[in-house]
Ligand binder design. Structure first.
Ligand SMILES: [Zn+2]
Length: 164
């Protein structure tokens, strides 16, 4: 059981993006599932350490427990990469598309949008926006709970722990 989780803490994402995929965040998700928080620390309305995510990523994570936020991100990213690998769209030339009927053309355009979204979500953790979002989460923890080393260890990305 875990006893260091701050009560009623919301880590805000820059630009309200999902931590895991970079899409617009729509839910506040518990970074430590409630079942793992020591019961004497639990309060009635159950709001503990939360982050911002999209409904999709939140559903992927379910009530799984991870030792660090990095592990959560890695878990979701593996799922997103698997989806991206499965969604395949053939390359079409402008001439080929021009020869098609309207419904076939719009079907292909729709597939291309699905593929673009899957690739964008899978590549999110390699973006500078992701790095900035994670640095901002660490800053929020340092400022809000300066003495909570367990929280810092949970939130700090591996790459920042190995620096300095
Ligand atoms: Zn997401």
């Amino acid at each position: 059981m875990i006893n260091w989780v701050p009560f009623n803490a919301l880590l805000k994402s820059k630009a309200s993006r999902c931590i895991y995929c970079g899409d617009a965040a729509t839910v506040h998700e518990h970074l430590i599932p409630l079942a793992f928080i020591e019961s004497r620390q639990r309060k009635s309305d159950g709001r503990y350490l939360r982050g911002e995510s999209c409904a999709d990523c939140n559903r992927l994570l379910g009530d799984r427990f991870f030792d660090t936020l990095d592990d959560r991100v890695r878990f979701v990213n593996q799922k997103l990469r698997a989806v991206d690998a499965k969604v395949r769209v053939a390359e079409w030339t402008a001439d080929e598309l021009a020869d098609m009927g309207h419904s076939m053309r719009s079907h292909i355009r729709n597939q291309q949008r699905v593929k673009a979204k899957a690739s964008r979500r899978a590549a999110w953790v390699d973006s500078i926006d992701y790095v900035e979002l994670r640095e901002d989460l660490v800053r929020q923890c340092n400022e809000g709970w300066p003495n909570n080393d367990s929280l810092r260890n949970f939130v700090s990305p591996g790459w920042s722990r190995h620096r300095a």
